[in-house]
Each structure stands twice: as C-alpha cells, then as structure tokens.
Write a protein that binds this ligand. Sequence first.
Ligand code: HPA
Length: 269
Amino acid sequence: MLEKLKQTTAYIESKVSIKPEVGIILGTGLGGLAKDIENPETIDYVDIPNFPVSTVEGHKGRLIFGDLGGKKVVAMQGRFHYYEGYDMKVVTFPVRVMKYLGIGHLFVSNASGGVNPEYEIGDLMIISDHINLIPNPLIGPNNNEFGPRFPDMSQTYDHSLIALAQDIASKHSIKTHIGCYVAVTGPTFETPKEYQYFRIIGGDTVGMSTAPEVIVARQMGIPVFAISIITDLGVPGKIVVITHEEVQRIGMQAEKKMTLIMEEMLLEL
Ligand code: HPA
C-alpha cells in the first residue's frame, strides 16, 4: 500500500499547485459546499492512479482543491462505501492520500437516519462518538509508518472542534444535536427493529459511512470533525418508506447550515 500511496500522491502533486491544510469528505447530497471553494483545481477520480470510482448516485467522484474559509482545502466530492463492494483498505485509501498530501485536519459529513426520538428530519448532529459495525479498515498487516497497531479511540472526535462548531451554530441560531453515529454496512436501510436496536445500544443516528475514514484518520493522528444531516427517522411511529433519492433531497435542503458551520470553523482554525 505504501508504494501505491506514494504513486497516487506524486500524481496528484504533479497536477495541482495547492498544498491542502484541511481535508473534507462530502456525504450524500452534500456536495454543494464544493461550489464555495475558490480558485478550484479539480481531478476526477477516474484519472487518479489507484483510486476507485464511486458508483453511487449523488456522489460526483472528484477531488476539489482550493481556498475555503481562508484555508487551503481538498474536498472529496463523492466517497467510497463498503456496500459498493470495495475492500476496507480501498474505502479508506483517499484518507491516507490526503494525509500524504499534508492535511492537518479532516472534516467529514454524511446523511443518516435519526434513532433518537428528539431528532427531526433536516436537523444536524455533530458527531461526538461512533459505534463501528462495518469491518475495521485496520484489519490486516500494519505498517508502522501509518500509525500504531492498536490506536486509541477514546478521543476520536476532537473536543475543541466540537466546541467551536457548537459556538458557531448557536451564534447563527442553527439547531444542532451532539451524539453517537452508528456505522453499518448497508445497503439496505434498517428494519424497525434494527433502528430500535441501534437506539438501545447507544446510537443517535445510523448511516453507512464515516467511521472507517475516521478510524484511519485517527490512526494517522489527524484531528477529526464530523457532522451528520438527519434525512429520515428510525423512531417508532415515525418510520416511513425511505429512498436514496429522498436522502439526497433532504441532504441538499439542509446542507446550507452545515456548510456555514464548516466554513466558519475553517476561518477559526
Ligand atoms: N439508515 C442508514 N443509512 C442512512 C439512513 C438510514 O436511515 N439515512 C441516510 N443514510
């Protein structure tokens, strides 16, 4: 993997002039933040050696480099999921690439189903913890150059970034929750009993991404901030038929709030 990483990083560095300080992963329906990136330089995933190509609708599949909130950023418009059939090393490869490109922080967004009965569709949840039920991306031989064999996960989501996000949200009267994201493989949405189970084990939302990328970022010592848009509810009495299109639609409606928080956070970093 080290050879592939070096090859991919060298290719990207030969194509763009920007050295990113912050990496951003944009979730389903949340690609709009990319429009705010100034002086953009983009590379399509199909052109990047060793990069898989996202197969999911709503995930565009390109890296966008540029200026956002006064920082040099690289945004992944489109991410890779386990349910697409990729090995977990492939799902998380772009995070390692971003580290090799020089990022010092990682911001992640996603869409998820709320299982906390206080949540409503369109709400934002700042992720303070996760329960990962997708195979761990660190399974297999460990290269010590990447980080420890047994990484600590007690401080997975950076406390000072969470506090900063909360301050910015309250300044703009944006309602946010703070809670635990349960990561599952998908691609099925949950049955009512599965939603109930995720609530019982301590979850506030459930989704099909994020935890793997965050695990890899933390192994490499990158501070992480993650935020979720609640696109549907897995709460008894409120469960309705859900589709990927609906998740995208709600994501697009709510993303302005998320974008504002992230951009102001970048200004303060
Ligand atoms: N379950 C799993 N993943 C999701 C959901 C959900 O309800 N909503 C958006 N992504």
